[in-house]
Design a protein around this ligand. Structure first.
Ligand SMILES: Cc1ncc(COP(=O)(O)O)c(C=O)c1O
Length: 449
């Protein structure tokens, strides 16, 4: 078990000198970084570390109201009328440093389009991160391909690149790495493996706007990158998504596919409908909202990054709290959640759920993250379906089941705790509330056992 490394000076830096309470929560120390507490855990009836509200999310800028009313009055509500969607696409492409952007109805549809256009077909296999939102592999199942889960590295919360190559078969056609919580996947080894085995790379950057890997924006490092603008996201518009890419021919195909297979740019043929497609279009009001929301992304991202680094620098000193591993060298997260691991052994074996309840009671919103989704019912439902039995041999499905064991991911699911992104929009004192609340729970662990 780690020992406390807080010196008195660090404690003052964390809490502000005037806020140091007289109570002693650190064993063998004559001071505490706690404040505003009667010393009892809030979950046991004490005063919470924090009563103040957190910065709200999403935030609406009324300046955009008139443009939305004008659009409504124009009657041009769909992609085919009005120029707001192309205007947003241009701005988002510029922000990402990419040639092209295609706005879509959602992040899920962005992923579906990308897989289709890059040639992922029925009976293929796609290598995917298991620690993610369900959409990342629902899109593989909807493509009638096999989602082959690559184990997570619990330290980074991300796909473990060392585990990718061993799961490649002659059917593997793509890798779908997920920059979960906006943490950047190590893309160099992922791309090197993809190149060696001639695989396509679709980055799921649905939680990773402005995140960077080696000073390059994530979502711009594979063949195509997909983003979500759903209500809770950092550039929110209720529902919405985007694909970014530099290859005109591929992006033209994406456009055609998302517009029922209508021709676009180089994507055309002898007949009117030369290619298959679907309706995955964005609406005008979504683009207008995005044009407003995008204005705050740079400032918000800097704030979240700064606060995340501060939190990690302090939380790492609390026994049993392991912040996600930050790899320096031009990397930065977007922090859809600020993630850390809770190791209950340091907290008298108090289960994670109880720790989360106690932290919420102290006024710090947090949640448990993702479960071991590789074992969820939808996988077996797919494998047992008529289609999958036709597409994959019995022996392949048997081996799939045998290999679908992910110890790193299981550990991560057991230990992960996430703080929602809007907490990171606060100031240093707000971050101190988080640190103080977790420290308080640690110091009072005996009361919870
Ligand atoms: C990692 C990840 N992938 C895909 C999606 C799907 O995006 P959407 O909800 O916009 O369809 C999300 C959305 O929450 C996500 O978090």
């Amino acid at each position: 078990m780690k020992t406390h490394k807080f010196t008195r000076r660090q404690a003052i830096a964390v809490s502000g000198a005037g806020a140091i309470a007289t109570m002693t929560y650190w064993p063998n120390k004559a001071f505490s970084i706690l404040k505003n507490t009667d010393g009892k855990l809030a979950v046991n009836g004490g005063s919470p570390v924090r009563n103040k509200a957190w910065p709200g999310w999403p935030v609406w800028d009324n300046e955009a109201n008139q443009s939305i009313i004008d659009m409504l009055n124009s009657g041009q509500w769909w992609r085919g009328g009005g120029g707001h969607i192309p205007e947003f696409e241009q701005q988002y492409a510029e922000l990402m440093g990419m040639k092209r952007c295609l706005a879509t109805a959602s992040g899920t549809t962005a992923l579906l389009i990308s897989l289709h256009v890059l040639g992922v077909d029925a009976g293929d296999e796609v290598l995917v991160s298991p620690y993610t939102f369900i959409a990342s592999y629902n899109v593989i199942l909807l493509s009638k391909a096999l989602p082959v889960f690559i184990d997570s590295d619990p330290e980074t919360f991300l796909i473990n690149p060392d585990k990718i190559e061993e799961r490649i078969t002659e059917r593997t056609s793509a890798i779908l790495p997920v920059h979960i919580y906006g943490l950047p996947v190590e893309m160099d080894p992922v791309n090197a493996i993809a190149k060696k085995h001639k695989l396509k790379v679709v980055e799921d950057a649905c939680q990773a706007w402005m995140a960077e890997y080696k000073n390059k924006k994530v979502g711009t490092l594979g063949d195509l990158g997909c983003f979500s603008f759903q209500n809770s996201k950092h550039i929110p518009t209720g529902e919405g998504g985007a694909i970014v890419g530099n290859d005109d021919e591929i992006m033209d195909k994406c456009h055609s596919f998302h517009n029922c297979g209508r021709p676009f740019g180089t994507s055309r043929g002898e007949t009117p409908y030369h290619t298959r497609g679907s309706n995955r279009r964005m609406q005008q009001f979504q683009a207008l909202m995005l044009l407003s929301q995008i204005k705050r992304i740079k400032k918000d991202s800097d704030k979240r990054f700064e606060n995340a680094l501060y939190l990690s620098s302090k939380l790492k000193d609390i026994p049993g709290i392991v912040p996600y591993k930050f790899v320096p060298g031009g990397n930065r997260g977007a922090y859809y959640m600020y993630p850390f691991r809770y190791q209950k052994e340091a907290f008298n074996d108090i289960p994670k759920e109880k720790f989360i309840k106690a932290l919420n009671a102290e006024g710090i919103r947090c949640s448990a993250g993702y479960g071991p989704q590789n074992t969820y019912g939808l996988i077996e439902e797919a494998l047992n379906s008529k289609g999958y039995k036709r597409l994959f041999s019995e022996s392949r499905l048997k081996r799939y089941r045998e290999e679908n064991i992910l110890p790193g991911n299981d550990q991560l699911c057991k230990e992960a705790v996430g703080l929602p992104q809007n907490l990171l929009l606060g100031d240093t004192k707000d971050m101190d509330d988080i640190i103080n609340a977790i420290s308080k729970i640690y110091e009072h662990r005996d009361e919870m056992s």
